[in-house]
Ligand binder design. Structure first.
Ligand code: IPD
Ligand code: CA
Length: 246
């Protein structure tokens, strides 16, 4: 199903026949394609599992009092999608009693599909993937992001400034689901970000855990904070971003 929805998103980009709206803040985009992609994903899930609950970015929670909940971001990185920057993803997770058991993140533009099943490992385009083995922060490539809704107060910036001279480099894809999967595939050594949402991270976190990495999801400065990496870099990032007061 992610293949069909990804193809639809690319086709829609070719015709350019869609509207771009904003959600409150003037850089937080939502397009007709986000909404229609989500409708197609939800319809496909409901057709097979009519009793399952669904949490989706554009339509919110459809609570069916089920132990199963699907968590969907139809386009993670909508700003990238609008601007033709190729890092945008469809992110779908299945939770059973709040534990994620399946995760899929598809980047249609660059044809990468990350997937994980609880207890069975994680794959990139069907091949097993693993987190990196870089142990020192100084050798690490670290991902981060800057949430749209916190344009005027970005709790991540002091930590970014504090860390930037101590690492090999920051990378910023503009898609949290993508950042997480790049950690899972060992292409980033760690990633942290303030102000993310459950649909941005549910699938990618399972990919990291099943690829041998670690994730911490917590709150700080009034925002949801996710910190991830291979085990060594994750622990260092927890010290530098969560435990340190700046
Ligand atoms: C956004 C992206 C971005 C992150 C934002 C998210 P969206 O998701 O994941 O990288 O910095 O916090 O909201 O809005 O494009 O689905
Ligand atoms: Ca989205």
């Amino acid at each position: 199903m992610v293949e069909e929805v990804g193809a639809y998103q690319l086709e829609a980009k070719k015709t350019g026949d869609y509207n771009v709206n904003t959600k409150g803040d003037n850089v937080d985009y939502v397009t007709d394609i986000d909404v229609e992609s989500e409708r197609r994903i939800v319809a496909a899930i409901h057709a097979k599992y009519p009793d399952h609950a669904i949490l989706a970015e554009e339509s919110g929670l459809t609570d069916k009092e089920s132990d199963y909940k699907w968590v969907i971001d139809p386009i993670d990185g909508t700003t990238n999608y609008v601007h033709n920057f190729p890092m945008h993803a469809i992110s779908i997770a299945l939770k059973h009693k709040e534990e994620t058991v399946v995760g899929v993140v598809k980047l249609p533009r660059i044809n990468m599909c990350f997937s994980a099943i609880k207890g069975e490992g994680a794959c990139l385009n069907g091949e097993p993937m693993h987190v990196s083995n870089v142990k020192e922060l100084g050798q690490s490539i670290i991902g981060t992001g800057f949430p749209y809704t916190r344009k005027h107060f970005n709790p991540g910036l002091p930590y970014f400034n504090d860390m930037v001279a101590d690492i090999a480099g920051f990378r910023r894809t503009g898609s949290a689901a993508t950042d997480l999967c790049l950690v899972a595939a060992g292409m980033l050594d760690g990633y942290w970000e303030f102000g993310i949402n459950e649909w941005d991270i549910a699938a990618g976190i399972l990919c990291i855990e099943e690829a041998g990495g670690r994730c911490t999801v917590t709150e700080k400065h009034g925002a949801l904070l996710v910190i991830t990496g291979n085990a060594d870099i994750h622990d260092i990032l927890v010290e530098r971003v969560f435990n340190k007061s700046i």
